[in-house]
Design a protein around this ligand. Structure first.
Ligand code: PLP
Length: 382
């Protein structure tokens, strides 16, 4: 299979598996146990905490391990705001933020969802305009999961600092693809998820700047300094740590540039070979691995299935809403209509993809699009 759905999840790298395996065998202890078995497990947790901090440019003590991006996002929001508070998010956030906001509204908070321009970018001035005296938190993602468009988080960080408001960024789709420095961004909280950077599923982290007050959402033991109690997922944490180490290296060893070249080749070829095709957000700064392409007059889900039959895995958008017939709210926020949004497909590349795979995708896709367009023309003329 040619796997081009890495924004949904990435294959585990062999080096990551190597880091995890000892945690199932000789280091299976509970990191809270004071005997040597527990200390061996604790060693893996400590080492991983350093690696995650190394990727984000923070202190190891500022890392809270969670079960993934969804939990980190929920913890960031629900742990900071109180009833009566106002928070600002962008309209293109992942459902982990948007649905948490709906929950917060039901629990006495006020939420402003700021729109984006035609390139899919949040405009910092619209964040500034949304500020209120009771604004307590701003949450804007670093890179969008559907388009890959990078958001002006550094500028938003400055707005938050000037207004003395907490700032969270969801960096799930940015980490490992662009440098992520919590100090450069100026954020107080930041979310990452292991399975988006060739680590295992079900493990992630929240960066929590020292001194940021956070109300835990779980109550129990003393783990993670009570910020997230529960016996640690030691193999997952070890996998996340190794994935972060490899992700950091990939930023400078040419791996990200190689993926960018493959993505650009795919975009150039598909848009020149297939008429009525457009890249959503093309002129914006984007992460290197993602392209979101509008194939006019083609059902996106039908194209995903047609490509799947040809051995190519792509998707219509966020894995959390794929399969739903709904148009993408991200693309609609960028000004596409419902039909265009349903006709757009995301190809997201990863470290494992080869030039041959991209050439095979370029050979297969025009025919699949033409067949679907011919079918829908017959349908409309019938
Ligand atoms: N945030 C973004 C931007 C995502 O793309 C995703 C997953 O698609 C999540 C959060 C949720 O992460 P997880 O799958 O680890 O819960």
């Amino acid at each position: 299979m040619i796997y081009l759905d890495n924004n949904s999840t990435t294959p585990l790298l062999p080096e990551v598996l190597d880091a995890m395996l000892p945690c199932f065998t000789e280091s299976f202890g509970n990191p809270s146990s004071i005997h040597s078995g527990g200390r061996r497990a604790l060693f893996h947790v400590k080492e991983a905490r350093q690696e995650v901090a190394g990727l984000l440019g923070c202190q190891a003590s500022e890392i809270v391990f969670t079960s993934g991006g969804t939990e980190s996002d929920n913890l960031a929001l629900k742990g900071i705001v109180n009833p009566g508070d106002h928070l600002i998010v962008s309209a293109i956030e992942h459902s982990a933020i948007l649905v948490a906001c709906t929950w917060l509204e039901k629990h006495g908070c006020e939420v402003t969802r700021v729109g984006v321009n035609g390139l899919g970018q949040v405009e910092p001035d619209s964040i500034r305009a949304a500020l209120k005296p009771n604004t307590r938190l701003i949450s804007v993602m670093m890179a969008n999961n559907e388009t890959g468009v990078l958001q002006p988080v550094e500028e938003i960080g400055r707005i938050a600092a000037e207004a003395d408001i907490w700032f969270h960024t969801d960096a799930v789709q940015a980490a490992g693809k662009v440098p992520v420095s919590v100090n450069r961004i100026g954020c107080d909280l930041l979310t990452i998820s292991a399975h988006k950077l060739h680590g295992p599923q079900g493990i992630g982290a929240l960066f929590l700047r020292a001194g940021t007050p956070l109300r835990p959402q779980l109550h129990g033991g003393h783990q993670e300094k009570r910020r997230r109690p529960g016996t640690e997922n030691v193999p997952g944490i070890a996998g996340l740590g190794r994935a972060c180490r490899l992700a950091k290296a990939a930023l400078t060893n040419g791996s990200v540039d190689r993926i960018a070249a493959l993505r650009d080749r795919l975009e150039d070829a598909l848009t020149s070979l297939i008429p009525d095709t457009r890249i959503n957000g093309r002129r914006a700064a984007r992460v290197a691995n993602t392209t979101n392409i509008l194939f006019e007059n083609v059902g996106g889900d039908a194209l995903v299935l047609a490509l799947d039959e040809l051995g190519i895995a792509a998707s219509r958008g966020s894995a959390c809403s794929a399969g739903a017939a709904d148009p993408s709210s991200v693309l609609m926020a960028m000004g596409l209509n419902g039909q265009q949004s349903r006709s757009s497909l995301r190809f997201s590349l990863g470290k494992q993809n080869t030039a041959d795979e991209i050439e095979n995708t370029i050979s297969a896709t025009p025919g699949a699009v033409a067949r679907l367009r011919a079918k829908s023309a017959v349908f409309w003329s019938a």
